[in-house]
Design a protein around this ligand. Structure first.
Ligand SMILES: [Zn+2]
Length: 489
C-alpha cells in the first residue's frame, strides 16, 4: 500500500479534485457539464434533465475519495457548496474537526422558521474503505457500465446525497411556495460514528438544522425481476452495544497445564454464547412489517409469517422465518455476535487473561443488563465476567406510523412504485436517525432507489453499483414525496 506523507497527500488530493471532474467522466461518456437549466414549475419539473445533472454530481462525488477513516469530507463539502451556490442557495459549512465538515442549507417557507414543521433531508458524505484488488473497476472512478454507475458510495450514501441535492435544487428552481422549511444536511463521519459524527453536529449546531421531520438512509426499495416488491421505510432501529468477555486464570509455564487456563475458559464461554438465542418479542413496527410482507410473500412463507404470534405454532414459525432469512430473525430478538478474540503473549506461556468482544444488537426498549444476566447463566463460569464497553448506542423512540409525513410517504411511494406496499421497517443496523429521534424528530429511512438483493449486498462490499434507471426513478419519487409534503398546492 502506498503511504503518502501529509503534504504529498494534500497535493494529490488537490490534483485529483482538479482532474477528476473532467477526465474520467468525459472518457466514460458522462457529460462533464450539466445541461443548461430548464425553467420548471413544481407541477411540471423536467425530472429527466434534473436526473442527468444529478448523475454528474453523483459521479463527481464518488470521485472525491471520502473513505472514513480519515474521511476528508471537507473536499466533498466544498463540492456540494459549489452546486448549491450556483443555484442561489446559501449553504453554511459546519467545521466539525480538522478536514471534516458538514454542509447545511435551507429553503425558507416564511421569515420566521418553525422548526417543529421543518423537513430535514440528510445524507452522509463519507464512505467505507474499498479493497481495490477485489474490484473490477476503480472504486473511485465512477465507471459507467451496462447501465450501472460503479463506485464506493454509489449505494451508500452518495446516491442519496445527490438525490437530496436534486430535490432542494428543484424546489429552488421552481420557486415553489413552501408551507414548511426544507433543510438540506450533508453529514460526515457516519460510517465510523466517531468524534466528528452527527452527535457532535447536533451538540454544536442543532439550531441550524432543528426539524420536526427527517428523511435519511436506512430503508430500501426491494426489486425483483424488474418489479418493485415493497418499500421498507425505516421507523426505528436496533441499538448496538459492545461487550467484552473476560476470562481470568492462573498464568504459568505451558509445559504444566492447569484446569483454570483462561484461554480454555474463554473458548468454552464463547462457544456457549454462540448457541444462545434471546427471547422473541415483537415491536409494533416489526409486527406491521411482517403483516405487510405476508400479504405479498409466497404461500408457505406467508403462512409462517402469520403464525409468528399464534398460540400453538409461534415457536416453530419463528424458527422457520429466522432460518429463511437471518435478517428477519435479527428483527425479532436481541442478537449477540462474537467478533474479536485476544489473549496470550508467547506460545509457551499460559496467559492470566483472555478476552473476546461481543457485538450486541438490542431491540429498542431492551437493556443490556437483562441480556447479560441471561448470558451469565448460560456461561455459568466464575472465571468469566462481562464488561460493557464505552460508546454504546442509545435507544431512541420509534418514529410515528401515524404522522402526516409517514402518510405522504406511504401514499406517494406506493403510487409511484406501481402499487407496491410500504412497510414500516426496524433496521438491525444503526443510522444517524437514532440521534435525530432522540431530539424529537420523526425521522424515516427512505432510500428511494429500487435495487435487487444482489445489488444491495454490494453495499460496503466489492463492485458497489447502482442502476442509473434506479437512480433516476429514486430522484423522481423523492422529489414527489418532498413536494407533496412541503409545497402549497
Ligand atoms: Zn450509509
Amino acid at each position: 500500500m502506498l503511504i503518502l506523507n501529509r503534504r504529498t497527500r494534500m497535493l494529490w488530493l488537490a490534483l485529483a479534485m482538479f482532474l477528476a471532474p473532467v477526465l474520467p467522466l468525459a472518457a466514460q461518456g458522462i457529460p462533464p457539464n450539466p445541461p443548461p437549466r430548464q425553467a420548471a414549475s413544481s407541477s411540471a419539473l423536467d425530472t429527466a434533465a434534473l436526473s442527468r445533472e444529478a448523475l454528474v454530481w453523483l459521479a463527481q462525488l464518488i470521485q472525491i475519495n471520502t473513505t472514513n477513516p480519515p474521511g476528508n469530507e471537507q473536499a466533498a463539502a466544498k463540492y456540494v457548496v459549489g452546486i448549491l451556490e450556483k443555484e442561489g442557495i446559501t449553504p453554511e459549512v459546519l467545521e466539525v474537526a480538522p478536514g471534516r465538515s458538514a454542509v447545511v442549507a435551507r429553503l425558507r417557507s416564511s421569515a420566521i422558521s418553525d422548526p417543529s414543521r421543518a423537513l430535514l433531508l440528510v445524507a452522509h458524505m463519507d464512505v467505507v474503505g474499498a479493497e481495490r484488488a477485489r474490484w473490477s473497476v476503480d472504486p473511485f472512478g465512477a465507471a459507467m457500465k451496462d447501465g450501472y454507475i460503479y463506485g464506493r458510495g454509489a449505494l451508500d450514501d452518495k446516491s442519496m446525497l445527490a438525490a437530496n441535492l436534486a430535490t432542494i435544487v428543484a424546489l429552488k428552481r421552481s420557486n415553489a411556495r413552501l408551507n414548511r422549511d426544507v433543510i438540506f444536511l450533508a453529514t460526515d463521519d457516519e460510517e465510523a460514528g466517531g468524534e466528528a459524527s452527527i452527535k457532535t453536529l447536533i451538540a454544536k449546531n442543532w439550531d441550524k438544522f432543528a426539524a420536526g421531520f427527517a428523511l435519511n438512509e436506512g430503508g430500501e426499495v426491494v426489486a425483483k425481476n424488474g418489479k418493485v416488491q415493497y418499500i421498507a421505510v425505516q421507523a426505528s432501529e436496533k441499538v448496538s452495544v459492545n461487550v467484552a468477555v473476560v476470562a481470568k486464570g492462573t498464568s504459568g509455564h505451558a509445559s504444566i497445564p492447569t484446569k483454570d487456563n483462561a484461554v480454555v475458559h474463554l473458548a468454552a464461554a464463547v462457544a456457549k454464547i454462540g448457541t444462545y438465542s434471546a427471547p422473541v418479542h415483537f415491536t409494533t413496527v416489526v409486527r406491521r412489517y411482517f403483516e405487510g410482507l405476508a400479504a405479498i410473500s409466497d404461500d408457505e412463507v406467508a403462512k409462517w409469517m402469520r403464525s409468528l404470534e399464534s398460540a400453538d405454532r409461534a415457536e416453530h414459525a419463528q424458527r422457520v422465518i429466522a432460518e429463511t432469512n437471518p435478517q428477519w430473525g435479527a428483527m425479532m430478538r436481541d442478537t449477540v455476535a462474537p467478533t474479536m478474540l485476544s489473549g496470550g503473549v508467547r506460545a509457551n506461556v499460559i496467559p492470566g487473561e483472555a478476552r473476546a468482544i461481543l457485538n450486541i444488537r438490542l431491540l429498542p426498549g431492551d437493556t443490556v443488563d437483562v441480556l447479560l444476566g441471561a448470558l451469565t447463566k448460560v456461561v455459568n463460569d466464575q472465571q468469566v465476567r462481562f464488561e460493557v464497553q464505552p460508546n454504546a448506542g442509545l435507544a431512541a423512540p420509534t418514529s410515528s406510523l401515524e404522522s402526516d409525513f409517514y402518510a405522504v410517504i406511504n401514499k406517494v411511494a406506493s403510487q409511484d412504485f406501481g402499487g407496491a406496499p410500504v412497510l414500516p421497517y426496524q433496521s438491525p443496523w444503526a443510522t444517524d436517525s437514532s440521534q435525530l429521534r432522540l431530539h424529537n424528530v420523526q425521522a424515516y429511512g427512505l432510500w428511494p432507489f429500487p435495487v435487487t438483493d444482489d445489488d444491495l449486498k454490494r453495499m460496503h462490499g466489492d463492485d458497489e453499483r447502482l442502476p442509473v434507471a434506479s437512480f433516476n426513478k429514486g430522484i423522481e419519487v423523492l422529489l414527489h414525496i418532498v413536494s407533496d409534503f412541503t409545497v402549497t398546492k
